[in-house]
Design a protein around this ligand. Sequence first.
Ligand code: 16G
Length: 245
Amino acid sequence: MAFSDRIGSLRADNAAPLYLQLQQLIRDAIAGAVLQQGEAIPPERDLAAEYEVSRITVRKAIGGLVEEGMLTRRRGAGTFVASRVEKSFSKLTSFSEDMAARGRLASSSWVSRSSGPVGPDEAMALGLAPGSTVLRFTRIRYADDVPLALEYSTLASFCLPSVDAVDDSLYAALDKAGHRPVRALQRLRAVPFGGEQARRLGVDTGHAGLLIERHGFLRDGRAVEFTRSYYRGDSYDFVAELTDM
Ligand code: 16G
């Protein structure tokens, strides 16, 4: 079946620019599950021929949807409908592990890393005495190059030799140092993104987000980690399996 038979055609009586119309067709098809998660989008030249528009128009339409996180590009393979990331509630896993388990490529960019005296909220969260030193990490987390979350982590300083001990994964560094948390408390709530979160995640201010706060503990009960993760609500699902046992 031709792509346009599934998602619809451009309309001559529509005054909107062609790339926006094409974008809207694809967006509606994804929302209406006419296009499924992980499904391939036809190559640029095929779409251009089918819709009788220039390849630049197609590129602009697709490029915008990739930026929005609706589509993802995989090098050498093509463009696909992005799948929402599903995250189990019951396992204490790291972002890197969650992405690897889903065949997504995890990466991060650093916003900041520093050490300094603990603040009042952090002291409460980590059970530290005023004046203790903490390590702070702020990162943008990506799945297949789409920004998914902004994370602010504060760690008790005994957990790691220095802030430079973390490369790609915080939990890998904690594991190496023998201080990976084994238990965590998590609190989740819906938040509209403020300016900083929106800008860093490439969405509009007020975009629906999920704030997840994690308090991670060692086996001996000491608190290791206090992380606030701002996830994009349009690409993240939390899944919990409930049993009565
Ligand atoms: C997850 C955790 C976060 C942890 C991070 C470590 C949630 C809500 N948060 O994002 O608390 O610090 O993983 O990931 O799951 P990393 O080892 O890849 O740096």
